[in-house]
Ligand binder design. Structure first.
Ligand code: PLP
Length: 352
């Protein structure tokens, strides 16, 4: 911000230096995604904007060729709300129904695809339950069904945590966000295959091939690049797995704990319900002890979780559901403290 403050679109040297920072960040992110040509990375203001751009952009490009769009009932609101809007506009939307752990079967996706389908948008890992969805086979399914539909993958929760390999998934569009990998909030990116054309959501200047015009936020983008460079999936995953196993084993000693995440969910997320205690009561109690956990998704601010409802959990279990997310910086001592605090909370807090 203080040294490389030029406008990346300017022709003078300060502009050139800023543009170089953007290119460096693109290369760092492309490397993690296993993308050869980094010009397929477009920066946005976050995962929400990238999801909106991918979905509206695809549908607006293909709406003359079909009317059916496919997603799941447990997408992040930045995907789900877009589909709800498109449904109101007359699109035939299929919301694939997950099982109780938030998993979707490959067969469900295959069966939903038909000649009228123009878009399949499915998340790679769910942000509330940590379930991992079978996105790797979708492109092959589209090919087998002779479908020209585009594939969009919301990889915000999986990027940097498990391999998100563009060559393997072969998506047309894929969303990532910096603040899930220890980068700053307010910056994300959309991978868009060179072969695909989408209609931009914003019009303006010539930046980013007009796919996402507007002067790029160079400091946020540069920081995003650095956090991508620091990703160490294997080391961090094993660490998170240890923390998760320790927490689940400890919680087994407390009466009234029900684990909502599946056994094969992402190592970084555990969702569980505490019988009789409202989530916000426990969140406040833990917060007063310097332990910060979530209820539903951070974006829903205390509303009952749609995701947990759509996997079929009871109202009682949803009301008392907590989501603990781990980072590479958490320790086993943190988990012990969390366990002790929950145990105490369960005996001291008022039940509803
Ligand atoms: N998609 C998923 C799965 C998420 O978990 C989030 C954020 O929590 C988003 C999209 C939105 O990303 P951002 O907060 O960068 O807008």
């Amino acid at each position: 911000m203080s040294e490389i403050y030029g406008n990346p679109s300017s022709l003078h040297e300060k502009g050139y230096l800023a543009q170089k920072e953007i290119e460096k960040a693109k290369q760092k992110i492309a490397r993690v995604l296993n993308v050869n040509d980094e010009s397929q990375i477009y920066f946005t203001s976050g995962g929400t904007e990238a999801n909106n751009l991918a979905i509206f952009g695809s549908v607006n490009a293909l709406k003359k060729r079909g009317n059916k769009i496919i997603t799941t009932a447990i997408e992040h609101s930045s995907v789900y709300s877009v589909f709800k809007l498109l449904e109101k506009e007359g699109f035939n939307v299929v919301y694939l129904k997950p099982d109780i752990y938030g998993k979707i079967k490959e067969q469900q996706i295959f069966d939903a695809i038909d000649r009228n389908t123009i878009l399949v948008s499915i998340m790679m890992a769910n942000n509330e339950l940590g379930s991992i969805l079978p996105v790797k086979k979708i492109k092959e399914m589209l090919r087998r069904k002779n479908s020209f539909a585009l594939l969009h993958v919301d990889a915000v929760q999986s990027f940097g945590k498990i391999p998100v390999n563009v060559k393997e998934i072969n998506p047309d569009l894929l969303t990532i966000s910096a603040h899930k990998i220890h980068g700053p909030k307010g910056v994300g990116a959309l991978y868009k295959s060179k072969k695909v054309r989408i209609v931009p959501r914003i019009v303006g200047g010539e930046q980013q091939d007009k796919v996402r015009p507007g002067t790029e936020s160079v400091p946020l983008i540069a920081a995003f690049g650095v956090s991508a460079e620091e990703i160490n999936i294997e080391k961090n995953y094993l660490h998170a797995k240890k923390l998760k196993e320790y927490l689940i084993e400890s919680l087994a000693f407390i009466d009234g704990v029900e684990i909502n995440s599946g056994f094969d969910s992402l190592a970084y997320i555990v969702n569980f319900s505490l019988k009789g205690i409202k989530a916000e009561t426990m969140i406040n109690y833990l917060s007063s002890r310097g332990i910060y956990v979530s209820g539903g998704s951070a974006c829903s601010k205390g509303k009952k979780s749609r995701v947990l409802k759509n996997v079929g959990l009871s109202d009682e279990r949803i009301t008392s559901a907590l989501r603990v997310s781990f980072s590479k910086e958490n320790t086993l001592e943190d988990i012990s403290e969390l366990y002790k605090a929950i145990k105490e909370g369960m005996s001291n807090l008022v039940r509803y």
